[in-house]
Design a protein around this ligand. Structure first.
Ligand code: BF8
Ligand code: SF4
Length: 692
């Protein structure tokens, strides 16, 4: 199980564990086209920057602290390694928080426009969630009109960004113990924009020069994301587009159709893509597609926009971060519609080599080589139709196509609300069955496997290895973001996977009626994991706070600043977090110590970087078992639970999937096992499931 590609160069087989990716990379070579995979081979990471030893904060530098005695050296201003490394780290946190939270702000702006009747096409879809959110915010709901409540919720959400006084209101959703700890340590975030600004200020040349203090500001800033911007984003998306409940769909490049107009949405926001879902189902537009010679319109997603519309509409996922170029390479994508975040500039020149129209839609994100069709929530349906027509008009321009025939079934759509319901019904929703299972040792612990792809490591390998090993060891897994897509591509989000779970986990999952690997959504939906962990911690029997739980969070293939922000807010919330790839503070022994032992003492959680998969897994189990021991729970013993019978629940899903093999629309609820199931299982696939 190799981890980081040695010297930045990987043998061909190590680029991905996904056969669709390998097929497309061979095709790229044939066509003489470069991708992030080949560019990663050609460009080694800078050994100084990668470890946090380079400071470019002022123009006396960049100062690079290198050589054996690097940790005794300083930059021109005297900044030492710990300052340089933590200052850079804190700026990464601020960058990630800014990205998630600005996305959250846009969601709040959309909700405001909807409430004021200025956003045709949208409405408050989930009134129950609106009322729940109003409750968190102290907004009255009794006898009030939905839009009135929605306006107050939107305004309260927007206040969180710039309020001059007070604390971010959602921090009150943490356990009482956690809230008290944050207050005592001065870690309670005050306003989202303020925390980002303050980190940028403190890390300006010559301000905060104490690594421990810099890291405290990073912790506080990250909390403005997890319990602020990201949590608001999740909540408002649920209000506008519906709180997810499980549904079935498909994943990987094989979801593209050779005889349909393929439109891919890529990025992070659900606003425009939800309108594109409607446009893709519009009979008038479908007729236009048919007039252009196609059989219909096929919408698919990449990255977290994909997760947003997969979770709520069952739109299939074409892939994760490293699949974006590969999708264009198929030659079968009429339009790739992007909004913000994780969009490679390489798509511009790449799309120009194919007929694919790259369409940017956010005023914040333009790309050379793309056509810009600006999205405005005040005229969203028109924009979606305009984009759809551009794609249809482009269909006759197709050249040769190459769609790899790999697509896996998956179940997605687990929300905190749904899990609660699943374990006790509408009126008595709880986490009691799960807590009891953890206490008894049937479930050894909980793991979140989240985050990106990274061209410096074998695509999907770390993510899938962790999922596979965890469930075999009776650890229940939740996934989000590109990690969820990776797990799905390898078959770990299909009902079949219950067979790969350990006996205790299997028994519990059958009893509750949920799979062992739960897709909780996009990266902003990591906030759902905070909510779940908080409820598990307060349900009883597993301590009082997140740092008592036998749980770990892993980000094996992290790539961007948002991942760093997420890892930091989980640590600040009391979770043990392990990242792969490489440590951005590796050059500083002191920074590394502060973020591990130091943070554990301070907040009960920590952030470790372990690039080797075997070590990452061993450390995860060690952390889980140590928490079990601290709670005086019985040690995990896999032999005490025998094989269980086949769950009627999963048998029903299997039967349903088999019976609806040729149905044509997209996405369908699995609960109840209703008609209208959508994806086409028509392509035979050759993917070995389960053992990728
Ligand atoms: O926000 S996992 S590569 S797509 S950053 Fe980006 Fe990473 Fe994917 Fe989703 Ni999250
Ligand atoms: Fe060098 Fe200090 Fe300037 Fe950083 S802030 S570049 S360490 S002089």
């Amino acid at each position: 199980m190799d981890d980081v590609k040695k010297d930045g160069v990987a043998p061909a087989a190590a680029k991905s564990i996904d056969p669709a990716a390998l097929e497309m990379l061979a095709y790229a070579d044939e066509c003489g086209i470069e991708t992030a995979f080949s560019r990663a081979d050609a460009m080694k990471p800078c050994p100084i920057g990668v470890s946090g030893a380079c400071c470019r904060i002022c123009s006396m530098g960049p100062c690079r602290l290198v050589a054996k005695d690097a940790e005794e050296k300083t930059g021109i201003c005297g900044a030492d390694m710990s300052t340089i490394a933590t200052r850079h780290f804190a700026r990464q946190v601020a960058g990630g928080v800014a990205a998630h939270s600005d996305h959250g702000r846009d969601m709040a702006m959309t909700l405001r426009a909807v409430a004021k009747g200025e956003a045709a096409g949208y409405k408050v879809k989930d009134e129950q969630k609106l009322v729940a959110v109003a409750g968190y915010m102290g907004i009255a709901t009794a006898g009030r009109d939905v839009n009135e409540i929605a306006l107050d919720v939107a305004d309260k959400a927007l206040e969180q960004f710039g309020q001059p006084h007070g604390e971010i209101i959602y921090t009150q959703r943490a356990t009482p113990k956690r809230q008290a700890l944050w207050r005592e340590l001065g870690l309670t975030p005050r306003a989202i924009d303020r925390e980002v600004t303050e980190v940028m200020h403190r890390t300006h040349e010559g301000v905060d020069l104490d690594a421990e203090n810099i890291l405290k500001s990073a912790l506080r800033c990250s909390l403005a994301d997890g319990w602020g911007g990201a949590m608001l984003s999740t909540d408002i998306s649920d209000i506008l587009f519906g709180t997810p409940s499980p549904l079935s769909s498909e994943v990987n490049l094989g979801v593209l159709k050779d005889d349909q107009v393929n439109v891919i949405v890529h990025g992070h926001e659900p606003t425009l893509s939800a309108m594109l879902v409607e446009a893709s189902r519009d009979p008038e537009l479908i007729a236009e597609a048919q007039a252009a010679g196609a059989k219909g319109i096929n919408l698919a997603g990449i990255c977290c926009t994909s997760n947003e519309i997969l979770m709520r509409y069952g739109i299939p996922a074409a892939g994760n971060f490293l699949h974006q170029e590969l999708a264009v390479l198929t030659g079968a994508v009429e339009a790739m519609v992007v909004d913000v975040q994780c969009i490679m500039q390489a798509l511009g020149p790449l799309a120009q080599r194919f007929h694919t129209q790259l369409i940017t839609t956010s005023p914040k994100a333009k790309i050379p080589g793309a056509v810009h069709v600006e999205f405005d929530e005040h005229r969203a349906p028109e924009t979606a139709r305009e984009i759809m027509r551009m794609a249809i008009a482009n269909y006759p321009n197709r050249g040769p196509i190459h769609i790899p025939d790999y697509h896996e079934p998956l179940i997605a759509g687990f929300s905190h609300e749904y899990l609660n319901y699943m374990q006790g019904g509408f009126h008595r929703g709880s986490f009691r069955p799960l807590n009891d299972a953890v206490i008894a040792g049937r479930v050894r612990g909980l793991a979140g496997v989240v985050g990106c792809n990274n061209a410096r490591v074998t695509q999907d390998e770390g993510i899938v290895e962790m999922i596979k090993r965890f469930i075999a060891q009776d650890v229940m897994v939740v996934v989000t973001g590109c990690a969820a897509t990776a797990g799905a591509k390898a078959g770990y989000l299909s009902p079949e996977i219950l067979d790969s779970a350990g006996p205790g986990l299997r028994e519990v999952m059958e009893a509750i009626g949920i799979p062992p690997v739960l897709h909780l959504g996009s990266c902003v939906d990591n906030s759902r994991i905070l909510t779940v962990l908080t409820q598990v911690a307060t349900e009883g029997g597993l301590g009082e706070d997140i740092d008592d739980l036998p749980a770990v969070g892993l980000c094996p293939e992290w790539m961007c600043e948002k991942a760093i922000a997420i890892g930091t807010y989980f640590a600040a919330s009391g979770a043990h977090v392990i990242f792969g790839v490489s440590s951005p503070v590796k050059a500083s022994t002191e920074a590394t110590r502060l973020m591990t032992e130091g943070w554990e003492q301070l907040v009960g959680g920590d952030l470790e970087f372990i690039p080797d998969w075997d070590e990452m897994f061993a450390r995860s189990l060690e952390l889980i078992d140590a928490k079990r021991a601290a709670l005086k729970l019985p040690a995990y013993d896999p032999t005490q639970f025998g094989d269980s019978g086949d769950s009627p629940y999963f048998a029903a899903i299997r039967e349903y999937l088999a019976a609806h093999d040729e149905v044509e629309t997209v996405g369908s609820p699995v609960y109840p096992l209703a008609e209208g199931h959508s994806h086409d299982h028509g392509h035979g696939h050759t993917h070995d499931e389960g053992d990728a």
